[in-house]
Write a protein that binds this ligand. Sequence first.
Ligand SMILES: Nc1ncnc2c1ncn2[C@@H]1O[C@H](COP(=O)(O)OP(=O)(O)OP(=O)(O)O)[C@@H](O)[C@H]1O
Ligand SMILES: [Mg+2]
Length: 295
Amino acid sequence: MLRVNEMNTFIGRKRIVKNVSLQVSPGDIVGLVGPNGAGKTTIMKTILGLAKFTGNISINDKEVTENNHNALSEVGALIEHPAIYPFLSGLQNLELYSHDKHDVMNIISMLQMDAYIKGKAKGYSLGMKQKLGIAIALLNHPKLIILDEPMNGLDVEATIGVRKIIKQYAEQGTAFLISSHILSELQKVMTRIVLINDGKIIVNRDIKEFNQISHQKYRLDTEKNEFSMQLLKSNSIPISKNEDYLLVKKEDIFKAQDILYKNQIHLKEMSPMNANFEQIIVSILEKQRGQHHEK
Ligand SMILES: Nc1ncnc2c1ncn2[C@@H]1O[C@H](COP(=O)(O)OP(=O)(O)OP(=O)(O)O)[C@@H](O)[C@H]1O
Ligand SMILES: [Mg+2]
């Protein structure tokens, strides 16, 4: 579907995206994840033929160039601020791009936009505009959909709804490339993660594999944290302390739970910690370096 090979993107003289290669196949939901300024938006803009680049980009074996956008005819996209005509209603905005009334109505209802879709777009809130932008990207069932930070400004319910729609389209064969600076937002939907830092891909893996290497930690709170800490340590479970909580590696949580239980210490809380990018990136780079040494 989408093939990007050795892509470098330049803004002015500066190289912003560095040797990026990636592929998205039908039904894949590829998450482009990384901290602010990593280059996610620039990668997406480049794929859409909106930036100066070297390397190859092709969609369904058709080459994308800065001057030739034919390859993009079956691509839906939402990049940064959605292109919305403020003096038209949401519905009229959608009808500009599609004459398929059934498709338009279906998308409006899936995104729960019925209540305000006939009002002028200039009166929409941030989240309402964002949903309209997503709706535009979904129109006409594109083969590839590129969404830059689609969850921006969406409430919890809308975020869950959008995840559901993405899964549904992917099951029908649509390929997705979706960015986020919040890992957990996409963790539940993506089938593959491409982690970007400083314009480079540092991880490109199946999400299941990634979850295993990302060193996710769990936060434990017990009745007696000081005692629990000594107890777990003496059972050779690596453990650290953060404010009032104990931190345990994901692979050790069941063992830790058993030990606490056997010693009749009640667990008050056990929840996954949202590791920040810095921690994840550092730990992955360290791990990669470690692997190189082993070779
Ligand atoms: N028009 C521009 N002129 C100069 N530098 C730019 C321009 N657009 C982006 N950059 C630089 O390119 C780098 C990548 O920016 P980009 O917007 O792609 O990051 P991002 O990963 O989308 O970040 P965010 O999570 O904040 O959206 C940043 O260092 C940014 O300063
Ligand atoms: Mg961005």
